[in-house]
Design a protein around this ligand. Structure first.
Ligand SMILES: Cc1cc2nc3c(=O)[nH]c(=O)nc-3n(C[C@H](O)[C@H](O)[C@H](O)COP(=O)(O)OP(=O)(O)OC[C@H]3O[C@@H](n4cnc5c(N)ncnc54)[C@H](O)[C@@H]3O)c2cc1C
Length: 398
C-alpha cells in the first residue's frame, strides 16, 4: 500500500493528528495494534486528563469537544498544592488566568472515543484516512526517496513520512535508531474514581505528603446519586501501590480516607482501579529520515504536571501545520527542513516543563529533614510570589 503518511498508533494523539491532516489532500494510513472494537469503544482506564484552554480550543476545531457529553467535562476552577501534613496550601485560582476556569477534566477513554468519531466524520467526507486495526509494525525503513513500515502480517506500507504515535515506549522510534533518556521513578500511580462527603469546589489537589503523593481531580457529581466525585491519584513505591490496589473496596475506601487525613469525609470507591508505573521519557531527537515522533512517543511526561496529552496536541498543531503547508506548496512533506522546524519548536515548547517536572518530583518526594524544610520554604515563598503564581496559572491554561 502506498500513502503520503503512515501514522503508527491510534491513541488519542495519533487520532488527533490524522483528524488534523484529514481534508488537506493527503492520503493517510494508520496502523494500530488494538482491534477496531477497542478503538471505537475504549474502556475506562482511570485517567482523567486535565486539558488546558488551548487544548480545548484545538479539540473544538477538530470537532471532538462537542462529541463529549457535557456532564463528562468537568471544569477546573483552582489548583491547591499541599506539603506534608500542613493544611496550608499554595492556591492557584482561575482568576489569575483571566478565564472562568483554569482548564477542564475529561476521561482519557472519552477523548479517544471522540477523536475516533471525529476522524470517522472527516473521513466519510474526504475518504483520505485508512485505519488498519489489529496490526502491529515490525520493521521501519527510510531512505532519501521514501520510507516504509512492515507489519507483522507481512504487508508493507510505503510513504513520504512515517509518524510514530505509539506511546512513550515507542518501538517505531527505537527501530529508527533514536535513543531516548528514560527516567524510572521507581513509583507507580493508582488512579480511580471515588465519591466523598465533603465538596471539592472544583479544586484540584496535589498533596506532596511524606512517603506518598496524593492528588484529587474534581469531577462533576455522580450522575445517579449526585454525590461529590473526584478522581483519586495515589503515588507510592511500586510494591506498596500493588498492595493498596489489592484491598477489598471497603478496606480500600477506609485506607484512602486515612491517607487523605479525612479531609474529604467518608469516601466510596466508584470505579475500577488502574495502576501506571511512572517512567518519563525524552528522546534525543523527535525526527529522523522521513520520520517524526508525536505524543508520548516524543515526550513522555510524569503526569504530576498534567501535560502529556496537552503536549501531544501542541505537537499535532506544530507538525500538522508544517505538513499541510509543505503539501500545499508542492514541497516534499518528509524533507529534513520541514521536520527540523517541528523538532526545534516542539523541543523549545516542552523541554523546560519536562525538566521542571523532574525537579519538582525529585524535591517533593525527598523525605529527608533538610528536604522537608526546603519543600516547605519553596511552597511558602511561591504562595507570596504573584508572578510565579500567574506563571503556573498560564501553564495550566496553556
Ligand atoms: C495516570 C495518568 C494521568 C495522566 N493525566 C494527564 C493529564 O492530566 N493531562 C495530560 O495532558 N496528560 C495526562 N496524562 C498523559 C496522557 O495520558 C498521554 O500523554 C496520552 O495518552 C498520550 O497519547 P498517545 O496517543 O501519544 O499515546 P498512547 O495513549 O500510549 O497510545 C499509543 C497507541 O499506539 C498503539 N501502539 C503501540 N505500539 C504499536 C505498534 N507497534 N503498532 C501499532 N500500534 C501500536 C497503542 O496500542 C496505543 O493505542 C496522564 C497519564 C497517566 C498515565
Amino acid at each position: 500500500m502506498q500513502a503520503d503518511i503512515v501514522i503508527v498508533g491510534a491513541g488519542p494523539v495519533g487520532l488527533c493528528l490524522a483528524r488534523a491532516l484529514s481534508g488537506a489532500g493527503l492520503k493517510i494510513a494508520m496502523v494500530e495494534q488494538q482491534s477496531l472494537a477497542d478503538i471505537g469503544e475504549p474502556q475506562f482506564d482511570g485517567r482523567e486528563i486535565a486539558l488546558t484552554q488551548k487544548s480545548v480550543r484545538m479539540m473544538r476545531r477538530f470537532g471532538l469537544w462537542d462529541l463529549i457529553d457535557p456532564h463528562a467535562r468537568a471544569p477546573l476552577r483552582s489548583a491547591r498544592v499541599f506539603n506534608g501534613p500542613s493544611p496550608g496550601a499554595l492556591e492557584i485560582g482561575h482568576d489569575l488566568s483571566g478565564h472562568t476556569e483554569l482548564g477542564w477534566l475529561v476521561s482519557n477513554h472519552l477523548i479517544r472515543k471522540a477523536a475516533y468519531e471525529a476522524l470517522l466524520q472527516s473521513t466519510a467526507e474526504h475518504g483520505d484516512v485508512t485505519l488498519l486495526a489489529a496490526r502491529k509494525v515490525s520493521a521501519v525503513k527510510a531512505d532519501d526517496a521514501l520510507a516504509s513500515v512492515t507489519l507483522e502480517s507481512g504487508e508493507t506500507l510505503s510513504a513520504k513520512l512515517i509518524v510514530a504515535a505509539d506511546s512513550r515506549f515507542s518501538s517505531t522510534r527505537k527501530m529508527m535508531g533514536i535513543a531516548a533518556n528514560l527516567h524510572d521513578f521507581g513509583r507507580a500511580m493508582l488512579v480511580c474514581r471515588m465519591t466523598h462527603e465533603a465538596p471539592h469546589e472544583h479544586a484540584a489537589w496535589e498533596w506532596f505528603g511524606y512517603g506518598q503523593t496524593l492528588a484529587l481531580l474534581p469531577m462533576n457529581a455522580e450522575r445517579s446519586t449526585n454525590a461529590h466525585q473526584s478522581s483519586v491519584v495515589l503515588t507510592l513505591p511500586v510494591g506498596q501501590v500493588n498492595e493498596v490496589a489489592a484491598l477489598e473496596p471497603e478496606a480500600f475506601a477506609r485506607h484512602i480516607e486515612d491517607r487523605f487525613m479525612h479531609r474529604l469525609g467518608a469516601m466510596t470507591l466508584a470505579s475500577t482501579r488502574h495502576v501506571y508505573p511512572l517512567v518519563a521519557v525524552y528522546p534525543e531527537r523527535f525526527v529522523g529520515k522521513r520520520f517524526a515522533a508525536v505524543g508520548d512517543a516524543a515526550v513522555g511526561m510524569h503526569p504530576v504536571t498534567a501535560h502529556g496529552f496537552n503536549f501531544g496536541l501542541l505537537g499535532v498543531e506544530n507538525l500538522g501545520k508544517r505538513i499541510i503547508d509543505a503539501h500545499k506548496s508542492g514541497f516534499d512533506i518528509g524533507a529534513p527542513s520541514v521536520l527540523q522546524g517541528y523538532e526545534t519548536q516542539h523541543r523549545r515548547a516542552t523541554k523546560p516543563l519536562y525538566l521542571a517536572t523532574r525537579f519538582i518530583t525529585d524535591v517533593y518526594t525527598n523525605n529527608t529533614a533538610p528536604a522537608k524544610l526546603a519543600r516547605d520554604f519553596m511552597l511558602r515563598a511561591a504562595s507570596k510570589l504573584m508572578p510565579f503564581k500567574k506563571a503556573i496559572a498560564a501553564s495550566l491554561t496553556g
